[in-house]
Design a binder for this molecule. Structure first.
Ligand code: FES
Ligand SMILES: [Fe+2]
Length: 414
């Protein structure tokens, strides 16, 4: 098991534009460093706000060692807390989601308001000060209808992305008039970085994703993997058309490529990720005037990628479980008044990405199995096809190097 210094040495020794070495995908010490330096410090997409539309609705998730609960308060605000009772530490809820008037610990019934204040604790004596035992908050933002959390004490800057999400998701109704039509959670037996790497390229798509390839181009120019200047004439004219309709669509990103948004057309005026290539939901989500407006693609390292289409949205969240296990949750959002069986058929809505997720699970698991071999040697990424993977690996290595390197102050004190 590598310690943080050994992890840093492995990262520093990497060859640029090459896959990482085996330990960085398998070792428990590296996994712990990933949790400590990335997952416990970055903003993470948690849930769509539409999943907890009413006061008292809550959802839970597990980020490494941290159970977290996200709750809609009586004031409509969404807050996140450590899902850990302030008495003896019981999880307040073990369920993935639910609804409650108050948050009552199942162990000894300490009772918390939806804003985290401790309201009631039986027989704790006259000197007990309930004001000292509110739930511990977790940083939480609602950006364009997406709920984000950060476990770090000092969360990274988020205002710019929040503003951009507000603008780019406005044509999708800010996801406020949405409901979760379907949710799927799978576990992939692969390191979280392999899951992201696989997501950031479509080099594998033609060989792995027959149903997705009906509508989604595997040409990197068509999916603006490399940046706004690589966009094809078709993309550029799509953005002009969207601009004229007031729909934010152009490539926008963080300088270090931690996130990127761009709306791209699907192939041959396909309307949605369906086998028929037609819209899956007859009632559109927001105000986009055409069925063939394509997908607003949004990814954010380390944990999520998303597609916002005129008729539905799909939000993908990954969470690391162990060095070689990653949970992937997909949620399909549709207009809140869309009726299953009438406005949409659930199978037609979900089958392409359910298949694609399973196909990706298999490639990630086989990738992990090969990397375990002592014969594994990191190979070069394709500069044309895997630019997005290079962006991710560079981002990860930079973050880890910055955070694991001895600070100048510490050096001076030595
Ligand atoms: S641990 Fe929660 S009430 Fe005792
Ligand atoms: Fe894939």
């Amino acid at each position: 098991m590598l310690d943080p210094d050994q992890t840093l040495a492995r990262i520093r020794a990497r060859r640029p534009a090459h896959a990482l070495e085996r330990d960085l995908y398998c070792d428990p010490g590296v996994f712990q460093a990933d949790l400590d330096q990335v997952w416990y410090k970055e903003w993470l997409f948690a849930i769509p706000a539409a999943e907890i539309p009413k006061t008292g609705n809550y959802a839970t998730l597990q980020v490494g060692a941290y159970p977290v609960i996200i709750v809609r308060g009586a004031d409509r605000e969404i807050r996140a807390f450590h899902n850990v009772c302030r008495h003896r530490g019981q999880r307040l809820s073990a369920k993935p989601c639910g609804s409650a008037a108050k948050l009552v610990c199942p162990y000894h019934q300490w009772t918390y308001d939806l804003d985290g204040r401790l309201l009631f604790a039986r027989d704790m004596g006259p000197d007990f000060d309930a004001g000292q035992f509110g739930l511990k908050p977790v940083h939480c933002r609602n950006a364009g209808g997406m709920v984000w959390i950060c476990l770090g004490e000092q969360p990274p800057e988020f205002d710019r992305l929040q503003g951009i999400l507000q603008d780019y998701l406005a044509p999708s109704g800010l996801l406020e008039d949405a409901k979760v039509a379907h949710s799927s959670t799978i576990v992939e037996n692969g390191n979280w970085k392999l899951v992201i790497e696989n997501n950031r390229e479509c080099y594998h798509c033609s060989g792995s994703h027959p149903s997705l390839c009906r509508t989604y181009s595997d040409d990197p120019l068509m999916t603006v993997m490399e940046g706004p200047h690589s966009a094809s004439p078709e993309i550029l004219s799509h953005w002009d058309r969207c601009d004229a309709a007031g729909i934010a669509s152009r490539f926008v990103n963080q300088d270090d490529m931690q996130w990127r948004l761009a709306r791209v057309p699907l192939m041959n005026h396909a309307e949605s990720f369906t086998m028929s290539t037609k819209a899956a939901v007859s009632r559109r989500m927001g105000t986009i005037p055409w069925n063939d407006a394509g997908s607003l693609m949004f990814y954010h390292f380390p944990s999520s990628w998303h597609h916002f289409l005129p008729d539905h949205a799909i939000l993908f969240r990954l969470l690391p479980i162990s060095p070689t296990e990653t949970e992937v949750t997909s949620k399909w959002l549709v207009h809140k008044d869309a009726v299953e069986g009438q406005d949409y058929d659930l199978k037609a809505l979900t089958e392409v990405w359910l298949s694609t997720n399973d196909e990706d699970r298999r490639v990630v698991e086989e990738n992990q199995a090969g990397i375990r071999s002592p014969a594994y040697q990191p190979g070069p990424y394709s500069p044309r096809q895997e630019e997005g993977v290079i962006h991710f690996v560079d981002w990860y290595c930079r973050r880890m190097t910055d955070r694991l390197s001895p600070q100048p102050q510490a050096l001076a004190a030595e």
